[in-house]
Design a protein around this ligand. Structure first.
Ligand code: M6R
Length: 617
């Protein structure tokens, strides 16, 4: 949530900042701003709306200078207007600061500063931090201005409660940027005669491949030729691990697709192949997951699995539960990371804990991981973003290698996460009850999935026709049973998130316990009805809906000639093992939401009120 980019070097800062900021727009997109320093002093420009609105503003009045900071916002405190956009300046008007995070005690500090004569122009918590740094700077005595600013930042950060990723500059020190992090990501990019700070490496790939991930409670100081990282509470420069960015040019570009969401839906066959590339052993009929950092003995000792995640990643964990229990016969539980982190959840010995997150930065998932670590559990991550905080703080894990996911609606990350659970299930299963032939059958089914998804993608035009029919629905009900219940939840989440049509996900069996009251002609039911052990039960649910004049879209496998007569529309998916069927079933639902959103003229990749990476509580 919120994207930050800072630059210092010899080039004009504005075009670099705005280009890099554009790559972070998915993190927040209700307003944006830029501050640079040149001979004339500090110049701050900010605008509500998208980065393109800021671009129009700076085209009319360009900012010059070779040092600057920039920000794209997802509002927490204060509505999305020009004033509340970042950067924020201090009382002197000389310090400009961009912030990602939440200052919990900002009201108390604001009151104290007001008593000292400070006046505030915005409703944000971030402006208070800018003022607090300015307050300590004015009080400072260090003859070196850089040292004085650094000391002021330390004192301010010492006083605040909450989370931050920040970058700040001072008009009188036009060759110096300060950054700091606690809870909100910040990465340092190292160039030749230029340095960068950004919320995420996507902003940096076009400029440098050398990065340092800042840890919590660290301060970074940047000049064009040098960078240093120090602990917040000491002035000692730290030895740094410079990492190489694995950046594929073009991977974060739209190409020929109209939206990132559609591009990412179509990338799912590749995402699955990438998830199992090099991780399958045909001879052993098993999976190889070295990143788990567990010995075969430790893997054999596991007798429970617990996963936390949010949103779509949680739905992947729910599908994972079915996979792990079916393939490995190990009980698995899951919880909303945001709930788990605050409850006293008893975890038994030999429990393996998973934090699942595409971004690897979701604050609640990170909070859940830290809580489990505090309790002494072995914690693994399933993340897409290499070097993300969750990946770094886990004891091991499995990277998804799905490539950048830019669309706010998660799609390819979901199938990738479920594929990884399939590999984990296979590995643990083969150490327990699964025979080699069963293992081979599973591998074969997994290898078939990419082609089967291609078949579904080939039906995109047909799904669009169905979307046209139902785009003006008042509400939609998504239903499925067992492992397809999370797919119903996921289908409803996608529909709500990008079309703003109200949607609910339920196990079909719950219909009679209340949901059926919602059934009416303008409230279609999407019933996930694979030809599995519960097929007839699902068909009974469809009959009940039809008996009450509800329209039904069935999602099923070929083989029942009667289903087309019973339902208003039928979407077919290829058949795979019952355990893996959810991986295929989710794809038509992603396409249904996508097409509905396009038909309704929604902003598919940047739906209202949302941001891709949720880094505030
Ligand atoms: O980056 P994460 O996987 O941790 O994100 C978790 C959720 O915020 C995310 O899946 C969200 O629910 C998506 N927008 C759903 O499409």
């Amino acid at each position: 949530m919120c994207g930050i980019v800072a630059y210092i070097g010899e080039r004009d800062a504005q075009p670099i900042l705005l280009d890099a900021l554009g790559r972070l727009e998915y993190r927040g997109y209700d307003s944006s701003g830029i501050a640079t320093i040149n001979g004339a002093g500090l110049q701050v420009k900010k605008k509500s709306g998208r980065i393109k609105d800021l671009l129009e503003l700076v085209e009319r009045k360009p900012s010059t200078g070779t040092i600057g900071i920039s920000h794209t916002r997802w509002a927490t405190h204060g509505e999305a207007n020009d004033a509340n956009a970042h950067p924020h300046v201090d009382q002197s008007g000389k310090i400009a600061l961009v912030h990602n995070g939440v200052i919990d005690n900002y009201q108390t500090i604001k009151r104290l500063l007001r008593e000292k004569g400070h006046t505030f122009c915005t409703k944000t918590d971030s402006e208070v931090l800018a003022h607090l740094v300015g307050y300590y700077y004015e009080k400072g005595h260090e003859p070196d201005y850089r040292e004085r600013l650094e000391s002021a930042l330390r004192q301010a950060l010492n006083e605040i409660q909450g989370t931050y990723g920040i970058a700040l500059i001072h008009e009188d020190i036009p060759d110096f940027i300060l950054g700091a992090r606690r809870g909100s990501p910040l990465v340092l990019g190292i160039g030749n005669g230029e340095q960068f700070l950004a919320s995420d490496t996507l902003a940096l790939g076009a400029y440098t491949k050398k990065v340092v991930y800042l840890q919590d409670f660290q301060i970074a100081t940047l000049t064009k030729d040098e960078f240093h990282v120090k602990p917040l509470f000491s002035n000692k420069t730290m030895k740094l691990k410079i990492q190489k960015l694995d950046y594929e040019p073009g991977s974060a570009e739209l190409g020929d697709f109209p939206h990132f969401m559609l591009k990412e839906i179509f990338e799912q066959p590749t995402a699955i192949k990438n998830a199992f590339r090099g991780r399958i052993s045909i001879e052993e009929a098993s999976a190889k997951l070295g990143g788990l950092n567990l010995t075969p003995e430790q893997l054999r000792e596991i007798d429970r699995i617990f996963a936390v995640a949010c949103g779509t990643a949680l739905h992947a964990a729910m599908v994972g539960e079915n996979i792990i229990e079916n393939l490995a016969n190990i009980p698995m539980e899951w919880d909303y990371a945001s709930e788990f982190r605050y409850r006293n959840c008893p975890l038994e010995r030999n429990t393996l804990f998973f934090a699942i997150s595409q971004s690897g930065e979701t604050i609640d998932t990170l909070g859940g991981l830290r809580e489990a670590k505090r309790k002494g559990f072995r914690c693994l991550g399933i993340c897409n973003n290499v070097g993300s905080t969750i990946a770094r703080e886990s004891d091991g894990g499995v990277y998804m290698h799905a490539g950048p996911e830019i669309g706010v609606a998660a799609t390819k990350s979901f199938v990738s996460q479920v594929t990884i659970f399939s590999l984990i299930g296979l590995l643990l299963g083969r150490m327990r009850y699964l025979s080699a032939s069963a293992g081979q059958k599973i591998i074969h089914a997994l290898e078939e999935l990419p082609n089967q998804i291609e078949t579904i993608l080939g039906q995109s035009a047909k799904i669009r026709k169905v979307a046209e029919k139902y785009a003006n629905s008042k509400s939609m009900l998504f239903m499925g049973r067992q492992a397809n219940y999370p797919i119903a939840l996921e289908g409803a989440l996608k529909m709500k998130e990008i079309t703003y049509i109200h949607a609910e996900g339920y196990p079909s069996s719950e219909l009679k316990h209340g949901v059926i009251a919602l059934v009416e002609p303008n409230v279609p039911s999407i019933v996930i009805t694979p030809r599995d052990t519960l097929y007839e039960k699902n068909v009974n649910s469809i009959e009940e809906i039809k008996a009450r004049n509800g329209s039904v879209i069935a999602l099923t496998n070929e083989g029942d000639p009667d289903i087309e007569n019973l339902c208003d529309d039928v979407l077919y998916v290829p058949k795979t093992l019952e355990t893996f069927q959810p991986i295929l079933n989710v794809v038509p639902l992603q396409l249904l939401s996508y097409h509905t959103a396009v038909i309704l003229g929604r902003d598919v990749d940047k739906p209202r009120n949302l941001a891709k990476s949720v880094t505030v509580e």
